[in-house]
Design a protein around this ligand. Sequence first.
Ligand SMILES: C[S@@+](CC[C@H](N)C(=O)[O-])C[C@H]1O[C@@H](n2cnc3c(N)ncnc32)[C@H](O)[C@@H]1O
Length: 310
Amino acid sequence: MDTLGTRRNRREVAGPAAGPGVSMAGRTPNGQPAAIFQILGYCDALHWRRKLRDMAQHRIPDGSEVYWDGEHYDLDSGMVPTEDLPFYLAAAKKARGPVLELACGTGRLTIPLAKAGIAITGLDVAGPMLARAREKAAKENVKVKFLRADARQLRLKGRFKLIFIAFNSMQHLHDRVSLEKLFAGVKKHLAPGGRFMFDVFNPDPRYLVRDTEELLPIGSYKDPRTGKDILVNERYSYDRAAQTSRITWHYKAGRRAAGTRKLNMRCFYPAELDALLHYNGLKILKKYGDFDRRPFTGESRKQILVCGKK
Ligand SMILES: C[S@@+](CC[C@H](N)C(=O)[O-])C[C@H]1O[C@@H](n2cnc3c(N)ncnc32)[C@H](O)[C@@H]1O
């Protein structure tokens, strides 16, 4: 059967429900497992321990699992925007100095910015996303420094004229302490007069009350290994206490279910976001509602902010 790519990935997409100790077959008359089944059980346990370790490695700090494979992420491009590139490129040119992209993923923005002559460093916490970014940069013969690190623990040598975090990535930081660490790191790494920019969703109450049982198709692409169609359906539930969208992507390879992956996205309400920045020593210089720089209003889909140090 076709699944999501490599054998490693095939192991990951099945759930631990079928793990060791599930089967009651192979018992001796006194109820003890036969030796062969004990050995198989041991191998099975090792296999599942390895599988769980692999899964844990591909989970980012907020528990999201959708960044397990950069190639699949890039192919599933139905959800990825294009209109943010000119916006961030213009900001990077205006900055006239080194640029740091936090949560750069597979280099969707980093690589074109580097190609345009920007001295950019890309940083991300997910190994598979960075591996893909490095591969793409090498293929395109572009020099970019990619670093694997958590955006909440910035300890870099240089200072930057622009630090940005695009495509809702800041919504992977859920709690106050994580955000305080991010903002402190950003302030420490901004050069004098430097800018901090990011975009997040403007939470829409109509979206947040979706039916939690509904499976919505959100994308499809060809499996890079088998060439067969992968369909992605989404199940959504909004955790009101944590202000977090809890999303599960259900992958289907052909007609067969091929596993699920979690995606958690913290919501930032407009006044709350402005206050967070204010109390963390960042001044809002501009707040846009879209990448054409229209002013932010209640109807805007996005909150796009340009900040400086207070
Ligand atoms: C929606 S993707 C965006 C990727 C890229 N910025 C783009 O626009 O295509 C979110 C990215 O945030 C990264 N990320 C999430 N939490 C992070 C953290 N604490 N530190 C660094 N990167 C993080 C993920 O690994 C993932 O690559």
